[in-house]
Design a protein around this ligand. Structure first.
Ligand code: PLP
Length: 382
């Protein structure tokens, strides 16, 4: 056992709540993307937001082992975690740094994105060599990037500087429904025109990229050299309604689990005047797992009721507090300290999907998991 494993085992004994991944599904989803884009197109895997809550290191490791061309993240800490794990796949830093950070990114072998004059100037000539940078173009999302009307001039000026190597140009145009799909298609056309104009001017960066999950889900392809999917790699859908089903992409979240740390026997009845969980419980017993707000588990919205699975049964969640989740224990259920409870995933014939959990919380599956992934450890093997 390595020191790291001992530390993880100690952490789990002290705080038994965790996330389990289906890494085979992750690899299958990557291969499905490859199938859709055809040979010769690179996959830049978006692992931002702690790999959409799935755990940056296990996800990056599995993608790297499957030969993904590049990893993209917005988080410097997560980029460093990738490098500390010994993963040598190129890492693109999606826009999100101050000019003063460019040198740090370069020192750690991370590819900076430049999106204004200041980031470009600070990135130029790091380490006495031409700095490989990606340029982000804002085609209308209205977030980060050089605007489309300024992009040609900006990129042409960068390409002319010997201390800068324009290694990539990309944009991001995700869409949720049919109306925004039509809009995204129109804006994408303008990005393709920019790439053509640059090429005609002799500027032809090795990486050009515009398509993300929503486009790949509905089967779009283009002539650029790379795609940058996030959601679909994890089996999450960025679109709503009937625009496209997520199949054949599979959920990478296998389960969220926790162990029972306390069983309360309330046979003697509540203390007079007390409220709390006594008014809510059906049985005489309640049980607690250490997965509360601090672990990213949000309480159900008014009118919704959450459940957990134990011994293939659905048990009602009575309450979620800062560090605890308390649930009802039916009188006929034999429950012991340390028993495993499923907060999401399958247990015999019963299952709680991430979508169901998110619906209780009044949020999207991706939002629910980013929050849970920030609080819970991801087990690498089980
Ligand atoms: C997040 C992001 C992606 C991935 O988007 P998904 O919709 O999750 O596939 C691609 N490109 C850029 C620039 C991004 O920021």
């Amino acid at each position: 056992m390595t020191d790291k494993r001992v530390a993880a085992a100690e952490r789990l004994a002290a705080h038994p709540a965790w996330i389990e991944l289906d890494k085979a599904a992750l690899v299958a989803n990557l291969n499905e993307v490859r199938l859709r884009i055809g040979d010769g197109v690179q996959v830049i895997a978006s692992v931002k937001a702690n790999a959409y809550g799935h755990g940056i290191v296990p996800v990056a490791r599995a993608l790297a082992a499957s030969g993904v061309d590049m990893l993209a993240t917005g988080s410097f800490g997560e980029a460093m975690a990738i490098r500390d794990a010994g993963i040598t796949t190129p890492v693109l830093m999606l826009a999100g740094a101050l000019p003063s950070a460019m040198e740090t990114l370069g020192n750690h072998d991370l590819i900076p994105t430049v999106f204004n004059q200041e980031t470009a100037d600070s990135a130029a000539g790091l380490g006495g060599r031409p700095t490989a940078v990606f340029v982000k173009v804002d085609c209308g999302l209205g977030r980060v990037g050089v605007t489309l009307d300024q992009a040609f001039r900006f990129i042409a000026q960068l390409a002319a500087r010997p201390e800068i190597d324009v290694a990539g140009i990309y944009t991001h145009l995700s869409f949720k429904d049919a109306a925004s799909m039509v809009w995204a298609k129109e804006r994408l056309g303008l990005f393709y025109a920019l790439v053509r104009d640059l090429k005609a001017a002799g500027i032809d960066p090795p990486v050009t990229q515009a398509l993300a999950s929503s486009a790949l889900l509905i089967g779009w392809r283009d002539d650029l050299s790379a795609v940058c999917p996030g959601h679909v790699l994890y089996g999450l859908s960025p679109v709503v309604g009937d625009l496209a089903g997520i199949a054949p992409f599979r959920p990478v979240l296998r389960a969220i689990k926790a162990r029972v740390i306390h069983i309360g026997d309330h046979s003697a009845g509540p203390v007079p005047g007390s409220g709390g969980y006594h008014r809510l419980r059906q049985g005489r017993r309640t049980a607690v797992v250490p997965c509360g707000l601090n672990d990213g588990y949000r309480p159900a919205r008014p009118g919704q009721s959450a459940a957990v699975l134990c011994q293939s049964r659905r048990l009602a969640v009575l309450g979620v507090s800062l560090e605890h989740l308390t649930f009802d224990v039916p009188d006929d259920l034999e429950l012991s300290l340390g028993d495993t409870v499923v907060l999401a995933g399958s247990d015999g014939p019963e299952s709680i999907s991430l979508a169901e959990l998110a619906a209780w919380q009044g949020t999207t599956p991706a939002t629910a998991l980013v929050t849970l992934g920030a609080g819970l450890p991801v087990l690498d093997s089980y």
